[in-house]
Design a protein around this ligand. Sequence first.
Ligand SMILES: NC(=O)c1ccc[n+]([C@@H]2O[C@H](COP(=O)([O-])OP(=O)(O)OC[C@H]3O[C@@H](n4cnc5c(N)ncnc54)[C@H](OP(=O)(O)O)[C@@H]3O)[C@@H](O)[C@H]2O)c1
Length: 263
Amino acid sequence: MNQLFDLAGQVAIVTGTSRGLGQYFGRALARAGADLVITSRHLESLSSFEEEIRSLGRRVLPLELDVRNRPSIERMVAQADAAFGRIDILVNNAGCNVRKPALEVSWEDWNLVLDTNLRGSFFVAQAVARRMIPRGYGRIINIGSVTSVAGYAGLGPYGASRGGIRQLTMSLADEWGRHGITVNCLAPGWFRTEQNKVLYENEKWVEYLCDRIPLKRPGEPPDLDGALVFLASESSRYVTGQLLLVDGGISTGATRAMVQKTA
Ligand SMILES: NC(=O)c1ccc[n+]([C@@H]2O[C@H](COP(=O)([O-])OP(=O)(O)OC[C@H]3O[C@@H](n4cnc5c(N)ncnc54)[C@H](OP(=O)(O)O)[C@@H]3O)[C@@H](O)[C@H]2O)c1
């Protein structure tokens, strides 16, 4: 049974591993046996994570990557392939957010979010798939969000990018399935990380959030480990083009509010 989740001898690229969810994703894959390529726009910010992964007995290669820059993407993937001779798993995690009322979103805000989250993920997947296709195997995991399926005020460009990621996942799954590549979207709900630190500093907001989550708490990054390793491993071999929400149930809707209204 455990072999279903065993990643020994496999090589995974996790983009955006200088902090936050990316480090948890890398850690989960390394614990399951994978060697890792870790990335950041600032190589020096990867040093302690690199040490941590090495101490688990895995090979690890830190590489510079700016997903808004095409040559940077091509360079990172070529270096990873040259170093390990294979890429089995890609976790398209690098991303950013601009939280603003729609009327205040600038042209530049829109470009930043869409270029990073959507265009960046596509071109990293494309560069990686060029190496996966000849080997007839690959697992691509795009990081989506609960905003892939629900609208939230103040998250217009972000939601558009995450909805796009869901759609992209289905298209790439359809196109690359014949090459033995699965493409799925792992969609976290509300997790406490650097990206949304400001929100979690507001106790009232946390209370409001927990009230709307059926499991009554925000996500903690290790809550994503099982779903990630599932999508990265043999255990998901007949699963492709899917969105897997790990969100404590918040995407189920406003059931509680309806009960309160009618009670
Ligand atoms: N936290 C949540 O609740 C949540 C929920 C759903 C989805 N997500 C998504 O999950 C991913 C990770 O979230 P997080 O909360 O861990 O975010 P985070 O703490 O802000 O980390 C974002 C990571 O992305 C990298 N990155 C940003 N812009 C980049 C660029 N242009 N090129 C390459 N790398 C770039 C950053 O690396 P450098 O700055 O070092 O380059 C960093 O490692 C994001 O895509 C986010 O949208 C998060």
